[in-house]
Design a binder for this molecule. Structure first.
Ligand code: ADP
Ligand code: MG
Length: 339
């Protein structure tokens, strides 16, 4: 018998690994927006064409990259965000795996333009299917622009699996909203097929909510805040009569990272108990701040699920925060039957 095991060529290994990170255009949007946030940008622009199937571009005015880093950032496991195992348990940045750009470049045509504030000239890199096409100096503003064209052009099976434009665009909007809500201090804009969809100035969370969801939300919001030595919960909840039959306007952020948690959603719902019409879902945007050591965000590659060391306490505090807010804002009935 001849030996039959061989190492996969790098482009193929990258393509396989990319499947974990890049499922659809919205995954690219998420990764690029997160990188722009991590780069301390004050303003971030998202441009998409054909629901991201043709083009996804993110332009930021953040730290930018040096010439060497501009090349390095496409290597797998290349990151500036962690150095040691200890760092893994005190993560403050959105990224840390060093996989996104390598994965995206494996399954698309990517053009990166970047410049740091201290250098006079920037760098432009073109990379297609993990293969470096060109690298040259370029005159660009401070910051980074990543342009991702023809996602999955070299993986036809995946490209064929993409849903209709409205469906893919909905996913992109979700990612955009998560980042925009998490960072009202950053200006965001979104253009779709050259039409401006959002122009969000930097400001307060309440303003960001109104800009994203509409002016009628202004009167519907109640502030929500609870601070303990263990966690801080703050944000806005919608008045009970404002609850909707459909879901989709419930947002939890843990240390500024959007997370999905049916457990914590339950905590909120039980706080509204008796106040909501049947089968309706209250609006909320709640931020939880907790020591990074007491959570594990490493459980899922897309990082939308996290593990709390002390889940029950988090649940209780979230519930108390919402209850308190409903009470303070005189929304609850005067008699507390639970008493
Ligand atoms: P991660 O975000 O997990 O570090 P990425 O593949 O997303 O991995 O990015 C690799 C590295 O490239 C980052 O650690 C960062 O140093 C650099 N980088 C990526 N995007 C930007 C950006 N918009 N501005 C500045 N640096 C960036
Ligand atoms: Mg990243």
């Amino acid at each position: 018998m001849p030996d039959i095991i061989r190492l996969l060529p790098e482009y193929l290994a990258n393509q396989i690994a990319a499947g974990e990170v890049v499922q659809r255009p919205a995954s690219v949007v998420k990764e690029l927006l997160e990188n722009a946030v991590d780069a301390q940008s004050a303003s971030i622009q998202l441009i998409v064409k054909e629901a991201g199937k043709q083009l996804i571009q993110v332009v930021d005015n953040g730290l930018g990259m040096s010439e060497t880093d501009a090349r390095m950032c496409f290597e797998r496991h290349a990151t500036s965000k962690i150095k040691s195992t200890e760092d893994l348990f005190r993560i403050r940045t959105m990224g840390f795996r060093g996989e996104a750009l390598a994965s995206i470049a494996a399954v698309a045509q990517v053009e990166l333009k970047t410049k740091t504030r201290t250098s006079d000239i920037g760098t432009k890199i073109v990379i297609e299917g993990s293969e470096l096409i060109s690298q040259e100096p370029v005159a660009v503003p401070d910051g980074t622009s990543v342009c991702v064209k023809n996602l999955f052009y070299n993986v036809p099976a995946r490209r064929n699996f993409l849903k209709s434009n409205p469906v893919e665009m909905r996913h992109i909007l979700d990612e955009f909203m998560h980042l925009a809500l998490a960072h009202p201090e950053i200006a965001f804009s979104l253009y779709q097929n050259e039409i401006e969809i959002f122009q969000l100035p930097a400001g307060k969370l309440s303003q960001r909510i109104v800009n994203l969801f509409g002016n009628n939300y202004r009167e519907q919001l109640a502030t929500c805040e609870e601070v303990t030595s263990f966690i801080k919960v703050k944000g806005y909840i919608g008045k009970p009569e404002f609850a909707k039959k459909s879901r989709g306007e419930q947002f939890f952020f843990v240390n500024e990272r959007y997370i999905r948690s049916s457990y914590l959603n339950h905590a909120v719902l039980t706080a509204y108990e008796g106040l909501l019409p049947k089968d309706s879902h209250p609006f909320y945007v709640l931020f939880i701040e907790i020591a990074p050591e007491s959570i594990d965000i490493n459980v899922h590659p897309t990082k939308t699920e996290i593990k709390f060391e002390d889940e029950k306490t988090v649940y209780a505090i979230v519930r108390a925060a919402v209850k308190q807010s409903l009470g303070v804002h005189n929304i609850a009935p005067s008699l507390d039957f639970e008493g």
